[in-house]
Design a protein around this ligand. Structure first.
Ligand SMILES: [Zn+2]
Length: 115
């Protein structure tokens, strides 16, 4: 099936991957298989039963912050975003912040949450 149309989704900024040589190395060559859901996007991307301080979810780019006590507490690791804000952002444009969208990757099949 040809899906050229989907590549130009108007909600997603156009990304030139040639201009981001660093992120490819960081993400593709360093895949960690998670066993816990990301608190932001809920895909199973977080290793170590969620006890992964400073681990950045590759799907939404939320950085695990074990110090925040609630969803409305600003996270220093995440540019002062709260988890509630980050979730809203992920749902509207696919990353916790627009500038991080280019570093995010699609969730893998095995990372989909099972309910
Ligand atoms: Zn995530």
């Amino acid at each position: 099936m040809k899906n050229e149309e989907n590549k130009t989704n108007k909600y997603v900024p156009k990304i030139n991957y040639d201009e981001t040589p660093n992120c490819e190395h960081d993400i593709e060559s360093d895949i960690v298989v998670g066993n816990s859901p990301c608190p932001c996007c809920e895909f199973i991307t977080i290793p170590n039963n969620g006890d992964a301080l400073a681990y950045i979810c590759p799907v939404c780019f939320w950085e695990i912050d074990l110090f925040i006590q609630s969803n409305v507490e600003a996270s220093d690791q995440n540019h002062g975003l709260t988890l509630t804000e980050a979730r809203k952002n992920y749902q509207s444009f696919g990353a916790v912040l627009p500038m991080l969208k280019k570093s995010c990757r699609q969730p893998k099949e095995y990372e989909y949450p099972t309910k």
